[in-house]
Design a protein around this ligand. Structure first.
Ligand code: ADP
Ligand code: MG
Length: 467
């Protein structure tokens, strides 16, 4: 790092960090990264550091933008000291190092946003929030393929190879933490690296926020220009549309404009189109025009392969026994598995010991112990809302057929998500005994194996309760 940087840049930094130009921020970032490059491997650099940007520099702190929560947690858990040292070298003063995600920074921008300023990308508020900078961590190369995600992966690769011509739209659904966002970014990365097509990656939540702020600013031209003039629109977590009818209407027109112009649309959701509450038939049917594919929970072998891949990528030494134990005991989402590996790595760094099976056991116990416990009233409430029956009907002794399935679902969910015993659940739901609860649980489990629609309903209710 040349000495001149500390002198030429630092004196201009004000407490609010507003006198730093983008060029200067870029220069400071490059200098900090070149310090970091000296002490990490090329692979680590590629995954964790190459995607960073500097958001703000004040007298006391420097804020780096990360593309997602995971990278933020990982960097703050493992590399804060390294950053502090590099920042000190470059800026000649100690500053607190803060990591913040793109979403958090945009969220603040939305929150601070006054109604009379037109909100649209390219108008100063965001630099490139809608196509998200290439996120090398989420590449096809880092994605482990198994029977749970083979079709979704193959379709995503095909779309990245010939957008608009392979499957259009491509609709990928699956529970949270199973790799949908990873695949969207992987497509985006391939396209961004070719630099020939205009792509927009956006989470549905941000699309909804943008829609709401456009209602205030009335800048529909900019809104429509942004989404309708792209070659590829990648929209994540479309189930967020559930509560916004106006936004669904706007998206319907965006969809038609893009589809008719043979532009590629890729959509993800936590359930298939027909299970998204209040999604109009016309959107449901459009989402099915192309290819619909689901991602399931990975089997143990795939989970082991994922753990081993992550350990390799992150430079962590994990024995096969440890990987097997994690794969068998952290079964829900890959996000949780990653969290477990990250905790193990942190712990072994602090204690300077290698990762033992005992540590693995402890971390997986902590993860299952920290799961949210749901109360039975909440279970009855979501089931009553979903099936349009009242809570008191669910708790009654009435044996009407319209009540049997919802009641059994309530028992099934209570057994999984609450701390109550079989006797307590049976007693609460209509004064039944424990064998009725076991029967309900077995019946719903069997039905869900055969009936995908029921499975999605269960997953959705469970997600809602665990939110
Ligand atoms: P979703 O969008 O479905 O909620 P994400 O794509 O955010 O899930 O995945 C959660 C985490 O798990 C990410 O860090 C991702 O890299 C990782 N992950 C998911 N599936 C795989 C896979 N098949 N191979 C490697 N990593 C995966
Ligand atoms: Mg996601």
């Amino acid at each position: 790092m040349p000495d001149s940087i500390g002198q030429s840049v630092v004196p201009e930094i004000s407490a609010k960090g507003i006198t730093i130009s983008d060029v200067e921020k870029d220069f400071i970032l490059k200098s900090i990264l070149s310090e970091i490059k000296k002490v990490v491997t090329a692979q680590q650099f590629d995954i964790w550091f190459s995607c960073l940007k500097v958001h703000a520099i004040t007298d006391n702190s420097i804020t780096f933008v990360t593309p997602n929560d995971f990278i933020k947690e990982w960097l703050s858990g493992n590399y804060t000291d390294l950053f502090s040292g590099a920042v000190y070298k470059v800026l000649n003063t100690l500053r607190e190092v803060v990591f913040s995600t793109e979403n958090e920074i945009c969220g603040q921008a939305f929150a601070n946003f006054s109604t009379d300023i037109p909100l649209s990308p390219g108008e100063g508020l965001f630099d490139e929030p809608y196509s998200a900078s290439p996120n090398k961590y989420y590449s096809f190369g880092n994605f482990v393929v198994g029977s749970c995600n083979r079709l979704a992966h193959a379709a995503a690769v095909a779309v990245s190879e010939s957008p608009g011509y392979a499957y259009n739209p491509l609709f990928i659904h699956g529970m949270s933490g199973l790799g949908k966002t990873h695949l969207l970014h992987a497509i985006n990365n391939v396209l961004l690296s070719r630099r020939t097509l205009k792509t927009v990656y956006i989470s549905c939540e941000r699309f909804v926020n943008h829609y709401i702020s456009t209602i205030r600013s009335n800048n529909w031209d900019a809104f429509r220009r942004l989404y309708r003039n792209v070659d590829v629109l990648l929209i994540d977590d479309i189930h967020f549309f559930e509560n916004s009818q106006g936004c669904r209407e706007e998206f319907f027109h965006t969809f038609n404009a893009l589809y008719n112009a043979r532009k590629q649309i890729v959509i993800t959701s936590d359930c298939p189109p027909e299970s998204i509450n209040s999604l109009e038939d016309r959107l449901v049917s459009r989402f099915k025009w192309g290819l619909l594919c689901g991602i399931d929970k990975p089997a143990v072998e795939t989970r082991i392969a994922i753990i081993e891949k992550k350990a390799l990528l992150w430079g962590i030494n994990l024995s096969y026994e440890a990987a097997l134990y994690l794969a068998e005991n952290v079964p829900d989402s890959i996000r949780e598995l990653e969290g477990a590996i990250a905790r193990l790595s942190k712990e072994s760094k602090i204690t300077k010991n290698s990762i033992t099976l005992e540590m693995v056991r402890k971390v997986s116990r902590e993860i299952s112990g920290s799961k949210k416990v749901v109360n039975i009233e909440a279970v009855l409430k979501v089931v009553s809302g979903r099936f349009n029956v009242s809570v008191s009907e669910l708790q009654s002794k009435c044996r009407a057929r319209s009540l049997t399935l919802p009641r059994q679902i309530a028992m099934y969910l209570s057994r999984r998500l609450t701390n109550m015993s079989l006797v307590e659940i049976g007693g609460y739901i209509g004064g039944r005994d424990h064998s009725t609860v076991i029967h309900a649980d077995e019946k719903i489990t069997k039905l869900a194996r055969k009936d995908k629609n029921l499975l999605f309903i269960l997953q959705k209710l469970e997600n809602e309760l665990l939110k």
